[in-house]
Each structure stands twice: as structure tokens, then as C-alpha cells.
Design a protein around this ligand. Structure first.
Ligand SMILES: NC(=O)C1=CN([C@@H]2O[C@H](COP(=O)(O)OP(=O)(O)OC[C@H]3O[C@@H](n4cnc5c(N)ncnc54)[C@H](OP(=O)(O)O)[C@@H]3O)[C@@H](O)[C@H]2O)[C@@H](O)CC1
Ligand SMILES: [K+]
Length: 478
């Protein structure tokens, strides 16, 4: 499990640790870690040109001490002092090591962004914003890319786009969530001894062994019912493919059995593609005769007419967990009373769907994914998986989970339907909504990477690659 923290949480831990150590120790640890990463990026330190962008706080101090270490190894290091004041001891060490102060940015083999760290607030002010825009060359950001909110990943104006971010003590949440995450590049963590002082994390991200340990696997006693029966209420005369893809996702993710219920057109398609599914053709929106399931997937391609509303109401009146996706999210956005139930609900919106559910502009959601996924989980009393450039999963009183797998090739029609089916299989297999949603996002991202392998994919390929993704996790676990 990887964990991350807000700026305030980091500050609290740093203060507690600092109280046990001689003054300046932490900054020295930070600077040594930073200089080592810079040296690695430069390859040959001697004779290389390094430019430090130095702000008024301790983030600038880290950069100056690291610059001093590089200067002592023969780098030509210059520093633009951008703040109204500069870390005094850091500047003295830098000048003593042969560093020089420059009036403005110039050509460099490496730029070190020490403008602001966890003390930054709001959009970068001048002269910082201009420096960020003028500086050329590969950038290593100190602690967080300047202009990215360390706690939320929000970017309010100009912001550094780093190749590498060297972060001190623990990950900051803004490095895991877009738009901040895509500004951070590769993140290197420098251990400064903060571990014992950190509180419960703000965010958590599952890794291969976590997901391998959570996934249900059949034992000697298993049969199709014990492994979990998933019901899929999806598809319509207009949209048949969504039903095929959701059923495929559920089957490939290891459902003991999939029961599909829908009208004749998608039934014909599902029957052709998935002889494994047990099918009920519906001539009216009723679940009578569909049989017992352990979880429902509701919504892909369902439509939003009265027929769809009635079927959704019946599914949601059941006493098993329900995953609500796509058209069913629109139905719920129009009629929140559909969500009044005691069994678990998992919602899987993208930003546009969440904007309808919360009645908040889509742009605001995209700029502030953490805030709105948390709000949705608490207001709608559900597990909420917000899809997008960073997929995040929220449930009341739990750390938000951030999904770290995925490929840009997954941004294609139908992949969400596969994700619903995968999550439905995991719910039926007994995972909680929180674990089912997080593991489904992880497997789906991994399967997307395997299926794409650097080239376009279609959504059916993602379902096909789910077993390979599971095998790769289990191999990693040994
Ligand atoms: N504490 C520790 O133990 C350790 C800390 N460490 C390091 O210290 C960093 C935190 O240092 P910090 O607290 O001095 O804050 P920091 O981010 O450097 O700058 C804050 C100043 O920036 C300014 N400013 C703010 N927003 C702005 C904006 N939008 N646009 C322009 N300017 C803006 C504002 O200054 P003002 O403008 O008011 O003069 C504010 O006072 C941390 O990230 C890590 O790198 C490590 O060495 C490990 C040990
Ligand atoms: K920085």
C-alpha cells in the first residue's frame, strides 16, 4: 500500500520529528537525497550546468544546499533568487561551495525547482510564474512541482512540469491526483525519518501484492454459487454492445455465474458472444424469474426511459449490493430516491456523470477531483469511483483510494462497461464496495496496459486481458 498526506499532516509530523533532532538535520537529509537524484539525472556532474530556482521558504533552502553539494562535485551551479528573502544559511553554504547568483534564467542541463513546496498557496505569483515559463531544460521539482497544491493536486495557474519530483519524508496527495500528478513526472521519495510521526493517511493506493491478497480465489469447496453470481441489468434495443462488454468483464473477472436480464436485441448479442451467461429475456421491466444473485450491475446501455427507470427501481429494491453505472447514473441523478436502500451501492461516474449527480459544473469536478469524490460519497451514502485521468475511490470515513494503473489507450468507448462487469464480479465474490471498486480499477488499468502494449485497443481486449492481469499479480506475489 502506498500512502500520501496533506501539507498539514506532513508539517505536523515534521515538527514532531524536528523536536528530537539538532536544528537543520532534516534539511540536510532532504538536500543529500535531492542532490543524489540530480546527480543521477545529470550522469556526469563535473562541468554540467545546473540552474536553481529559489523561493523564499525552506523549499528554496533544500535547493540551495543540494546546489552546494553539486557545486562541490564540479557542477557549474547558478541560482535565481526569486523571493523577497532567501534561506540565509542555505545561501551561505551555496556561495561557499562556489555557486553563483544569476539575475535570470539561462541555459542549463538541469533546472531545480525550489520555488515553493508545501507552503505554497493558490496560483504562483510573479516573479515565480514568469520564471517557470521561461526556464528551459529538464526540471527536477523539490518536494512538489511549484504551482501544484500539495494537498489536492489542484493547479490554479502557471505550474512547473517536472521530469522528476523529489519528495521529502512521505508522498503528498497532490502528487498522486491529477492535474498535479501529471505535473510531477516520476516521483522519488527521500526518507528523512518521518515514518513514526505520520498520522493515518489522507490517500491510499493499492499495489500488486495488496490486490493479489484481496482478490477472491476459489478453493476446493467452491462452486459457482459460492464464487458469486452477478446479475447484469444492461443494454437496450439502441445499445446492445454495452451489455456484451459488461457480461464479458464479469465473466473474465471470475464470477461463478453471470445472469443477464434485458430486452430481445441485447439478449441476442449476449447469447452469441457469451454462451456461459444465463439469460432472461425481458418483455417488461420485471425481475420476476431472473433468479437469485449476490450483486447487480445496473446501467450500461440501459437507456433512460420509463422502462429503464422501472427496471432500475426493481434492481435497487433488492437486498444485495448494486453497482450503478452509465445510464443508471442519469436515472439516479433525476431521482435520488432510487438510492434509498440499506444494501451497499457503488457508483462509477466519470466527471460528466458526477456533475449531473451533484449538480456541479464538470470543469470544477475535473479541477478538484478529491473534493468532489468525497462529497459524492458522503452526500449519496455510497462508494464512489470517479473515473478519469486519475481514478479515485471514496467511501465515508475511509482514506480515498487512488488508482495507479492504467494507460491512455483506455480512453475509448466501452471500457467503462467492462469495468462495471469486473467490479460486479468482485462484489458478488464477497468484496466490500470499497475493495471491489479499488481492485476492479486496478485490474482494469493493468489489463488495459497489457492489452494496449503501446498501440490502440478496443474494449473487448481489456476484458480478454483481465485473467492475464490477475496472473501477473499472483506471479508477483509468488
Ligand atoms: N519543515 C521541515 O522540517 C522540512 C521542510 N522541508 C522543505 O521545506 C518546504 C516547506 O518550507 P516552507 O514552510 O518554508 O514553505 P515553502 O513551500 O518553501 O514556501 C512558502 C513561501 O512561499 C511563498 N509562497 C506561497 N505561495 C506562493 C505563491 N502561490 N506564489 C509565490 N510565492 C508563494 C510565501 O512566501 P512570501 O511570498 O510570503 O514571502 C511562503 O512563505 C517543504 O516543501 C520542503 O521542501 C525539507 O527540507 C524537509 C524538512
Ligand atoms: K518546488
Amino acid at each position: 500500500m502506498r500512502t500520501s498526506y496533506t501539507a498539514d499532516q506532513i508539517r505536523g509530523a515534521e515538527q514532531a520529528l524536528m523536536a528530537t533532532l539538532p536544528e537543520g538535520t532534516l534539511m540536510q537529509r532532504a538536500a543529500h537525497g535531492l542532490a543524489a537524484v540530480c546527480a543521477g539525472m545529470l550522469g556526469r556532474v563535473y562541468g554540467s550546468r545546473v540552474l536553481l530556482l529559489v523561493g523564499s521558504g525552506d523549499n528554496g533552502g533544500d535547493a540551495l544546499y543540494a546546489g552546494a553539494l553539486l557545486a562541490r562535485r564540479g557542477a557549474r551551479v547558478s541560482a535565481v533568487l526569486a523571493g523577497a528573502r532567501t534561506h540565509e544559511a542555505g545561501l551561505a553554504a551555496f556561495l561557499l561551495a562556489g555557486g553563483r547568483v544569476a539575475p535570470d534564467v539561462g541555459a542549463a542541463d538541469l533546472v531545480v525547482d525550489g520555488l515553493v513546496g508545501i507552503g505554497g498557496t493558490g496560483a504562483l505569483r510573479e516573479p515565480y510564474a514568469g520564471l517557470v515559463e521561461r526556464a528551459g531544460g529538464p526540471v527536477v521539482a523539490v518536494d512538489v512541482p511549484s504551482g501544484v497544491d500539495a494537498s489536492t493536486g489542484q493547479v490554479a495557474g502557471a505550474a512547473v512540469r517536472a521530469q522528476v519530483t523529489v519528495t521529502m519524508g512521505a508522498l503528498k496527495s497532490g502528487l498522486l491526483v491529477d492535474p498535479g500528478a501529471s505535473r510531477a513526472g516520476h516521483v522519488e521519495l527521500v526518507d528523512i525519518g518521518l515514518g513514526p510521526y505520520l498520522p493515518d493517511p489522507d490517500l491510499a493506493a493499492l499495489t500488486d501484492p495488496d490486490v493479489a491478497a484481496l482478490l477472491p480465489s476459489p478453493g476446493a469447496e467452491s462452486d459457482k454459487y459460492r464464487r458469486g453470481v452477478v446479475g447484469i441489468a444492461a443494454g437496450s434495443h439502441a445499445y446492445t454492445g454495452a451489455a456484451v462488454l459488461a457480461v464479458g468483464g464479469a465473466l473474465r473477472a471470475g464470477a461463478g455465474m453471470v445472469r443477464y436480464a434485458g430486452p430481445s436485441a441485447p439478449v441476442a448479442q449476449v447469447r452469441t458472444h457469451w454462451p456461459e451467461a444465463v439469460i432472461t429475456e425481458l418483455d417488461r421491466p420485471s425481475l420476476a424469474g431472473v433468479g437469485r444473485v449476490q450483486a447487480w450491475v445496473l446501467g450500461p446501455g440501459l437507456g433512460t426511459d420509463d422502462w429503464a427507470h422501472e427496471l432500475a427501481a426493481q434492481v435497487l429494491a433488492s437486498d444485495v449490493p448494486v453497482l450503478i453505472d452509465a445510464d443508471a447514473l442519469s436515472l439516479v441523478a433525476r431521482d435520488h430516491s432510487l438510492l434509498f436502500r440499506s444494501a451497499p451501492v457503488v457508483l462509477t461516474p466519470h466527471a460528466g456523470e458526477l456533475s449531473r449527480l451533484l449538480r456541479v459544473a464538470r470543469e470544477r469536478i475535473e479541477a478538484s477531483r478529491l473534493e468532489f469524490v468525497r462529497r459524492a460519497a458522503s452526500e449519496l451514502n455510497a462508494t464512489v469511483l470517479l473515473k478519469g485521468s486519475t481514478t479515485v475511490i471514496a467511501e465515508a470515513d475511509r482514506p480515498v483510494r487512488v488508482n495507479l494503473t492504467g494507460s491512455s489507450w483506455l480512453a475509448t468507448g466501452g471500457t467503462g462497461d467492462v469495468l462495471s462487469g469486473v467490479a460486479g464480479a468482485l462484489l458478488a465474490g464477497g468484496l466490500s464496495g470499497y475493495d471491489a471498486a479499488s481492485c476492479a480499477a486496478y485490474l482494469h488499468g493493468l489489463a488495459g496496459t497489457l492489452a494496449a502494449d503501446g498501440a490502440p485497443l478496443v474494449s473487448a481486449d481489456v476484458a480478454t486481458a483481465i485473467p492475464e492481469a490477475m496472473r501477473s499479480l499472483r506471479r508477483a506475489r509468488g
